[in-house]
Design a protein around this ligand. Structure first.
Ligand code: T4K
Length: 368
């Protein structure tokens, strides 16, 4: 009876227990637990292949990966980014001593509005850090054009975009660096984990050093680095989960199509459609609760929780509204973020996981 079940916004996929145990059993033979062990090496190769990119660095999580991506490019001054994202995106900028300059987003994709980037560029701007929110790709062509014109670096926060392709080009090939998160809540995960992809082999080597205390191949400390290495248990989970990835995407796609079918006629509920030429991963199912809907977003959130369906307000509040940023060092102009404000006050991510059945979607939609 779905009526009596409790469904969270997501529930991590776990592979068959025996499959993971078999994968990690080698660790008991070789006693290699971290520091670029055999599982790490195998996983890195598989990811490189799956993502169709030149260089892959694995990290302990996505946040540290993004933090080190910014460090590796020696960015200074101001970075243009989106306020409609998880805290990790803007935290990584601020932890590097840089100023995030928040740009408004598009109504249709919730991604950074490329038409508004140029007006925010100053002599202090050194990079753009867009986010492929919910796995929907940003306008990579336009971002590349602006970056080239003003000689800016581009780091994509692709935390949600594992496996996405745009016109058959895998998404990790755009910009200088892309970061993918492999956190437990992601549709493909390694318990915790992060990936950086980049075209430049020089940058790849620098990232290798930065995540390992700054050691170079000769054992000298060449850079001031940190410890952000992925361990063997994480890599083993990634290896096993990669075998199940397509099945998982298929399950999620069916659930998403059902949601769309059932919500089509609901007045005041808007959702994202597939984009032509894009290979999607169906990692989230966000809806916009428009003003014409019978309840507000917050009322709907509460109503579904009473029925044991737990939705999430990803991403509310906006990053520029975080109390932590108002310590006297930062001041943000809210007036240019009207679309982001509107979306963040109306967004709700509905439950989506491989544990769900079509009946769960039907039950949620009947409550909408
Ligand atoms: N950039 C972007 C755009 C991101 O969205 C993220 C992470 C990052 C960067 C940073 O990447 P990482 O450093 O995380 O690799 C979750 C995730 O923790 C976070 O990874 C993710 N974005 C964010 C969007 O969602 P919370 O605070 O919402 O997580 P939590 O613990 O409330 O879990 C969400 C739901 O999942 C709950 O209903 C419980 C369920 N859950 C969670 C975990 C961890 C489980 O059932 N089992 C579990 O093991 O942030």
């Amino acid at each position: 009876m779905v009526e009596n079940e409790s469904i969270l916004v997501t529930k991590p996929f776990l592979p068959p227990f025996e499959e993971y145990v078999e994968e990690i059993s080698e660790i008991w033979e070789n006693y290699w637990l971290s520091n670029n062990g055999p599982k790490h090496q195998t996983f890195e190769k598989s990811i490189k292949n799956y993502l169709g990119v030149n260089n892959v660095n694995l990290f302990v999580n996505g946040t540290l990966a993004l933090y080190l991506a910014i460090k590796a490019l020696d960015l200074k001054g101001e970075v243009i980014t989106t306020p409609f994202t998880f805290a990790a995106s803007s935290h990584a900028i601020i932890l590097n001593g840089l100023k995030p300059v928040f740009c408004d987003i598009e109504e249709s994709t919730f991604n950074i509005d490329c038409n508004k980037i140029e007006e925010l560029i100053t002599e202090n701007t050194t990079a753009i850090i867009p986010v492929h929110v919910f796995g929907n790709p940003c306008n990579v062509t336009e971002i590349e054009r602006v970056a080239k014109k003003y000689d800016l670096k581009v780091i994509y926060d692709a935390a949600h975009a594992f496996g996405i392709e745009v016109n058959n080009v895998p998404i990790g090939n755009f910009g200088d660096i892309s970061m993918f998160s492999l956190h437990a809540t992601k549709f493909f995960h390694s318990i915790e984990g992060g990936i950086l992809t980049c075209k430049s082999s020089k940058l790849y080597r620098k990232l290798e050093m930065l995540k390992n205390f700054g050691f170079n191949n000769n054992g000298s400390i060449e850079l001031v680095g940190t410890n952000a290495k992925m361990n063997e248990f994480q890599a083993a989970m990634g290896i096993v989960n990669l075998r199940h990835i397509q099945d998982n995407i298929n399950i999620r796609k069916k659930l998403v199509l059902k949601y769309r079918e059932l919500l089509k006629e609901v007045r005041g509920i808007r959702y994202l459609e597939d984009i032509e030429g894009v290979k999607h991963n169906y990692s989230y199912f966000p809806i916009i609760v428009e003003d014409e809907y019978k309840y507000s977003r917050d009322e709907l959130h509460r109503h579904l929780a009473e029925k044991n369906f737990f939705t999430r307000k990803y991403f509310y509040p906006l990053c520029n509204e975080f109390q932590a940023y108002y310590n006297g060092n930062y001041s943000f102009d809210f007036s240019n973020l009207t679309v982001a404000k509107k979306i963040s006050e109306r967004i709700l991510c509905l439950p989506l996981s491989t544990h769900m059945k079509i009946e769960h979607v039907e039950w949620i939609c009947s409550n909408l």
